[in-house]
Write a protein that binds this ligand. Structure first.
Ligand SMILES: [Zn+2]
Ligand SMILES: [Zn+2]
Length: 172
């Protein structure tokens, strides 16, 4: 496996509008496919299930990329892992068109899926992944994981002098 697994040849696809070619392949994830708290580990498998379609001024690539995500819960830092599918939908223009920013092109009758994969995956990833929707997070005082001990509290052992001052004012 190499980075070239992300490059698809298109010479078998006639340039007549409507012609299509299906392709399924498993690739190794490229580096840095993710956001800060979660992503697809480099080298882990990604299943691509794609349709390449001649579409007038270029080749439309649609389909899905399925991968295992690995990350950390933003509240308690426990590891988070699950499979997800991402929708790929990109038009690669044939050469000879006036280039605009972010345009993708068919180069030497090949399509480089790397930018399409990145856009599909990175835009869909949660910025704040959670180990479970109601994760209780870490105790702000001692750092203990409150999911392990939901009733954990420090009410009996105040450690902050300001609390003592407030308590002194609360005469009963
Ligand atoms: Zn959590
Ligand atoms: Zn605590």
């Amino acid at each position: 496996m190499s980075a070239n697994d992300l490059v698809l040849g298109t010479h078998e696809l006639p340039r007549r509008a409507g012609e299509m070619k299906k392709t399924r392949r498993e690739i190794d994830a490229p580096a840095d496919l993710g956001v800060e708290m979660i992503g697809v580990p480099e080298g882990s498998p990604i299943a691509l299930d794609l349709v390449l379609q001649s579409a007038g001024e270029g080749i439309l690539v649609t389909g899905t990329a399925t991968a295992r995500l690995l990350g950390s819960c933003v509240r308690c830092l426990a590891s988070v892992a699950y499979d997800d599918s991402f929708t790929i939908d990109e038009l690669y223009f044939y050469p000879g068109r006036e280039a605009e920013e972010d345009d993708l092109y068919v180069v030497d009758e090949q399509i480089d899926l790397d930018p399409a994969l990145r856009e599909a995956v990175v835009l869909e990833l949660p910025i704040n992944p959670l180990c479970r929707p109601d994760c209780l997070g870490l105790c702000p005082i001692c750092g203990r994981n409150r999911n392990d001990d939901p009733r954990h509290s420090h009410e009996d052992a105040p450690t902050d002098a300001r609390w003592e001052a407030l308590k002194a004012l609360n005469l009963d």
